[in-house]
Design a protein. Structure first.
Length: 175
């Protein structure tokens, strides 16, 4: 009786689909979750880049700014990237070019040190004529916690945008 049962068991095709599914399902699930996490990372990176660009455009349209206005720009940036303040570094600076080189007129920073003239030597900026200026917006945003799901070292979304003031030679900062 046992040999008859063994022969029937070995010839049976019942449950083959369930075994195939059990073998393939982890791979399909891993690929699906990986693509979801990757698309969220791309979305967050693009959002941080777009938010940096929007703030640079907003600042370039002003002739003068003050600390309260710059703080409102930071709050706008934070709401656009939808990340807590602890996950954001943000800096707005006005840089002027003279015959002797680039010089920082003013800088506003949150969770970062203010941009110094000495820091400009190692950076690449657009070419402008003497006595002209541009606004530099820099941001660093940590990825959302979901990207840490796989414990991968993701890094931060680092963005820099430069804009020339539209209605004045330089955006001035008042207190």
């Amino acid at each position: 009786m046992t040999t008859k049962f063994a022969k029937r068991f070995l010839k049976s095709k019942d449950g083959v689909a369930a075994i195939e599914f059990a073998l393939v399902a982890p791979l399909i699930l891993t690929l699906f979750l990986g693509s979801v996490i990757l698309s969220l990372l791309f979305r967050d990176a693009k959002t941080a880049e777009r938010a940096t660009s929007v703030i640079s455009d907003v600042i370039s349209r002003k002739t003068t700014v003050d600390g309260a206005y710059l703080n409102q720009c930071y709050i706008l940036f934070q709401s656009m990237v939808n990340r807590p303040a602890s996950a954001i570094k943000f800096r707005i600076s006005s840089v002027k070019k003279s015959a002797s080189g680039l010089k920082v007129d003013w800088s506003y920073a949150v969770s970062w040190q203010q941009l110094a003239t000495a820091d400009l030597a190692s950076r690449t900026f657009p070419m402008i004529s003497d006595n002209d200026s541009f606004v530099v917006i820099e941001s660093s945003v940590q990825p959302s916690p979901l990207s840490g799901f796989l414990n991968l070292p993701i890094g931060n979304y680092e963005n820099t945008a430069t804009e020339r003031p539209r209605f004045t030679a330089a955006v001035t900062k008042t207190n």
